[in-house]
Design a protein. Structure first.
Ligand code: SF4
Ligand code: SF4
Length: 278
């Protein structure tokens, strides 16, 4: 059976907020019986935007990431709910019933991803429920996804086997895999949020003139094992990305012709090493 999934590419998200605005426009002031009560005007962001800044000037990288209910297949909210207040539909979508869930604040606390808002006025837990009310009327994709002009978001209704192949082919990841909730929301290029880089600019001084060094070989090693080898670009820059934070003491070897330099980096967070003179 085909089920819904969401794929979000961090590389293509420009923080325009159209997805979260479309969500607010759809739900603030509007009730959809059986799906949701209205979203509060202030305070709730069923689709939330987060940002991660990595590195230091001039090697800065800023990644934006929309987050929402992950529509988990092994959802703790489902287990925490009483009276069948949370439902997993056959198409993979999670719905929190606005009437049955009244007063059930424990549902909010059960979500390890922090995806549930508590509507203080109505005393109900609320999520972005994949715009299921529109899909059930024949919409091809959720409204929040249809407004994404960059293609950063894709809603896919496919069989689980096919989705797992897409996950493999496109090297997709889920948020917080340690929670083991089997999310149906996948991220591409998530390293821009949860991994680090080591970067630098290689230069040389000759006759009091500084020049960038293009084509120098830069090797990254950890525990005497070479992990990666790259060349500096036209500006003398190099960057090793997708490194786990706090992952140890790395060695960097830079070499071109008779010039060579070795640098040690105890990696905590993304770091730009500045100008490195050979
Ligand atoms: S609409 Fe698309 S590009 Fe804009 S914030 Fe949302 S995911 Fe990012
Ligand atoms: S993200 Fe939270 S609210 Fe959504 S399905 Fe998973 S556990 Fe439930």
């Amino acid at each position: 059976m085909k089920k819904w999934n969401l794929v979000i590419d961090v590389d293509n998200c420009n923080n325009c907020h159209m997805c979260s605005l479309a969500c607010k426009d759809e739900f603030v002031g509007n009730n959809f019986p059986g799906y949701s009560a209205e979203m509060p005007k202030r305070g709730a962001n069923w689709i939330d935007m987060q940002k991660k800044e990595r590195g230091q000037t001039p090697m800065i990288d800023i990644g934006y990431i929309p987050t929402m209910c992950q529509h988990c297949d092994d959802a703790p909210c489902l287990k925490a709910a009483k009276n069948g207040a949370v439902v997993k539909r056959d198409d993979g979508i999670i719905i929190i019933d606005p009437e049955k869930s009244k007063g059930q604040k424990q549902i909010v606390d059960s979500c390890p991803h922090g995806s549930i808002s508590w509507n203080e006025e109505l005393e109900i837990p609320q999520i972005w429920f994949f715009d299921a009310h529109l899909l059930d009327k024949g919409w091809k994709v959720p409204r929040a996804i249809s407004v994404c002009a960059t293609g950063a978001m894709r809603a896919l209704k496919v069989e689980d086997k096919k989705m797992q192949q897409i996950v493999k082919d496109e090297e997709l990841e889920v948020l917080n895999p340690e929670f083991k909730t089997k999310p149906r929301v996948y991220y591409k290029n998530l390293h821009r949020i949860n991994k680090c880089f080591i970067g630098g600019s290689v230069a040389i001084k000759k006759n009091k003139i500084e020049d960038c060094v293009t084509g120098a070989t830069v090797k990254l090693s950890l525990d005497n094992e070479i992990l990666s080898e790259i060349k500096t670009d036209d500006f003398g820059d190099f960057k090793f990305d997708k490194l786990p934070p706090n992952s140890g003491k790395y060695s960097i070897n830079i070499k071109i012709k008779s010039h060579e330099k070795n640098i040690k980096v105890d990696l905590k967070d993304s770091i730009y090493l500045g100008n490195i003179y050979l």
